[in-house]
Design a protein around this ligand. Structure first.
Ligand SMILES: Nc1ncnc2c1ncn2[C@@H]1O[C@H](COP(=O)(O)OP(=O)(O)OP(=O)(O)O)[C@@H](O)[C@H]1O
Length: 240
């Protein structure tokens, strides 16, 4: 299996504080990798480094064979932030078509992306009239329309009802099966079980680079939340 992303000894400081400490990890191509960890553990910062918008102190981030942020990656990497990045005064369809045009794609690609996130029925509505969860999905559709090889999604399921959550995770796996690499952050451990691979972060350090099955086996519990806590405790004991 090839790696879509390689992070080596990454150090990031924000506001004079070190928020990523010598972090090294890889992201396998064509899989859904979950970036899990408590609030403030550095998930967004790592994602920003992957897409090349984060100033880094030292270390390297290689994405699809190029340094993160290289101009050649612009259309190959999609990033959906926590805040919806769509035009509120345009309809959902107009937004999708606008982004399709930017990526050199047609209206069909825009319609397909809307269908993929379950927004086909809301295509004619102004984005500002949508719920928060729908706006998030509209942002996701606008990223999907470019068919990026690497899709980086910051907490895409926040504010979604359980049914939509499940549907979105199914969508992520369908994209991965078609060859897309996904990095999906969450601070909800029950979503960890849906990932092919897991990167667990805590206080800017990598606590585990594993799979749900491996994590369960190693920690001796089926509950991934409990696995995470046991890992934290084990590390604290080593440090003490
Ligand atoms: N613009 C900023 N200036 C200074 N410090 C920042 C800035 N943004 C984030 N930080 C700090 O960097 C650390 C990592 O934040 P980050 O947003 O990467 O965490 P996160 O795991 O994504 O959290 P959340 O789940 O709450 O989104 C935190 O301690 C945070 O306070």
């Amino acid at each position: 299996m090839t790696d879509a992303v390689t992070v080596t000894d990454l150090v990031v400081e924000r506001g004079h504080r070190r928020v990523l400490h010598d972090l090294s990890c890889t992201v396998p191509a064509g899989r859904v990798t979950g970036l899990l960890g408590p609030s403030g553990s550095g998930k967004t910062t790592l994602m920003r480094a992957l897409v090349g918008v984060q100033r880094v102190r030292s270390g390297t981030v290689t994405v699809l064979g190029e340094p993160a942020g290289s101009p050649g990656l612009r259309h190959r990497v999609g990033y959906v932030t926590q805040a919806p990045s769509v035009y509120p005064d345009l309809t959902v369809r107009e937004n999708a078509r606008h982004f399709a045009a930017l990526y050199g794609r047609g209206t069909r690609a825009a319609d397909d992306a809307l269908a993929a996130v379950g927004l086909a029925d809301a295509a004619g509505q102004l984005v500002r009239d949508l719920s928060g969860g729908q706006q998030g999905r509209a942002s996701l559709a606008c990223a999907l329309v470019g068919e990026p090889e690497l899709l980086v999604l910051d907490e895409p399921t926040v504010g979604l009802d359980p049914l939509l959550r499940v549907e979105l995770w199914e969508r992520f796996h369908a994209l991965a099966a078609a060859g897309t690499t996904l990095v999906v952050s969450s601070h909800v451990m029950d979503e960890a079980g849906r990932c092919d691979r897991l990167l667990l972060l805590r206080e800017g350090r990598l606590l585990a680079d594993s799979t749900p099955a491996q994590l369960r086996a190693e920690s001796g519990t089926d509950d991934l939340e409990e696995s995470f806590l046991r890992l934290v405790r084990a590390q604290q004991e080593v440090a003490a």
